[in-house]
Design a protein around this ligand. Structure first.
Ligand SMILES: C[S@@+](CC[C@H](N)C(=O)[O-])C[C@H]1O[C@@H](n2cnc3c(N)ncnc32)[C@H](O)[C@@H]1O
Length: 284
């Protein structure tokens, strides 16, 4: 088969699932990953016949797309803040709204003195928040925690790939008694989707992304935030701050719960779509 024939097959077999442009994008990404061809090189090589082995591999990707598997898991990588991150099914795929949280923190850090700071990322997953900030701010000493060993292994690989230094802690933050030191800044995008909200979510998220990275019981939707608030009270340095990504449907209730737990809300921010998505707080 030629690359052109495969491109046409992608269109035929995926046309009921995705828009035309998105199918082409998937095709070009897969070819780039496997052959190292840019889009223009792929087009230039469109009459090139590929080997049987290559054809089997590309059809394997096509079949996975047909089963709604996210392209990031098929490629084994995702883009976040302009950087490439390895992803596996043990890690959440980094989201654009989380990039907005990182950008907020980066803007605030640039306004402050360029002294050495200690930062803790709770529930680090791929390490996307921790690593993006470590990459931008060489004076920030970054620590990252997760309960998932498999996720931390991927985060470690991402750290090596980006040549930054991050201290990892394998720990259940709901059970941790304390932290190894005090921090200037804590950040977390914890699990915050109530199980009852699963019916609103896309099949590809529900089928493929790690449930423990996403869901909380409806009876205690703020369990991670409240625990982090407690850790912030005991382990933030004076003037230290906490940044959270939050559930768009629960901002008012979460603010009340955090205030009751002893945090002062400095700012609530909306994401690109105008949804309540980020909070900045500090112990009162
Ligand atoms: C919503 S994901 C965020 C991942 C990454 N920070 C990001 O923004 O893409 C939540 C992360 O919290 C981790 N997590 C879940 N329960 C945890 C717990 N009890 N203690 C520590 N981490 C936990 C999950 O493994 C997952 O990596």
């Amino acid at each position: 088969m030629t690359l052109k024939e495969i491109k046409d097959r992608f269109q035929t077999e995926l046309k009921l699932l995705f828009p035309r442009e998105e199918i082409d994008t998937f095709f070009f990404w897969i070819i780039e990953k496997e052959f190292g061809y840019s889009k223009s090189q792929t087009l230039a090589h469109s009459n090139e016949t590929i080997s049987m082995g290559e054809s089997i591999m590309i059809h394997g990707c096509l079949n996975r797309l047909k089963k709604s598997e996210p392209i990031q898991y098929i490629l084994g990588e995702a883009q976040f803040c302009g950087l490439q991150f390895k992803v596996t099914k043990a890690t959440l795929i980094p989201r654009p709204e989380t990039e907005e949280l990182v950008n907020w923190i980066a803007t605030d850090l640039k306004k402050g003195p360029s002294t050495s700071l200690d930062l803790l990322d709770l529930g680090t997953g791929t390490g996307c928040i921790a690593i993006s900030l470590a990459k931008q701010f060489s004076t920030v000493k970054v620590t990252a925690m997760d309960v998932s060993l498999k996720a931390l292994e991927i985060a470690k690989e991402n750290t090596n790939f980006h040549k930054v230094s991050v201290d990892f802690i394998l720990q259940d933050l709901l059970k941790t008694e304390g932290l190894p030191k005090k921090f200037d800044l804590m950040v977390s995008n914890p699990p915050y989707v109530r199980k009852s909200e699963a019916r609103l979510m896309n099949e590809n998220v529900l089928k493929y992304e790690p449930k423990e990275a996403l869901f909380v019981d409806d009876t205690e939707p703020f369990v991670f935030y409240l625990r982090i608030a407690q850790l912030a009270k005991s382990h933030l340095k004076p003037q230290g701050v906490v940044y959270f990504e939050i559930n768009e449907y629960l901002s008012k209730e979460l603010i009340q719960a955090l205030e009751k737990e002893g945090l002062k809300i400095l700012e609530l921010r909306q994401d690109f779509f105008g949804k309540d998505r980020m909070l900045k707080c500090r112990p009162q």
